[in-house]
Design a protein around this ligand. Sequence first.
Ligand code: CTP
Ligand code: ZN
Length: 154
Amino acid sequence: MVKENKELKVSAIKEGTVIDHIPASKLFKVIEILSLDKIDKQITFGTNLESKKLGRKAIIKISDKFFEEDEINKIALIAPDAKLNIIKDYEVVEKKVVKLPKQIHGIVKCVNPKCITNYEDVPPKFTVLEKNGKVALKCNYCEKITDEENIKLL
Ligand code: CTP
Ligand code: ZN
């Protein structure tokens, strides 16, 4: 059964993935990191929706799309509190939390302009650290730390 309530601001979907509890300010980064602009499925999203936990949250609903674990975990870099809901025949059949990967390959640029990954064709690799509850990425090549605020997607 479709849950009908006043909170359902973006229509329910029949099959697919709902990414919920995205901080409103991170919506477009999540879209970018998952390359949702290149997916030919129906996508709806809402932002600046009310949320008790986040103040303002965003939500993305992708019909007929089920992500691989490593794709999902990329979201943790940007929206660690995001929740994924797997929808089958209108029902939430599974809820997934995103987990920070231990290593990141590609995806993010090293903050150090002199890093080999910024001037040669070497894909960046990082070890993921947590500093004061924030994500920090230590470059496997130059060892410089890219802080959460400086995370730029490739
Ligand atoms: N949803 C949807 N389509 C469906 C079923 C659910 O888009 N057919 C969305 C709901 O709008 C909600 C999310 O999936 O944003 C999770 O649904 P549900 O678990 O029913 O809601 P809550 O209990 O509010 O979720 P939470 O655990 O995140 O508090
Ligand atoms: Zn580097």
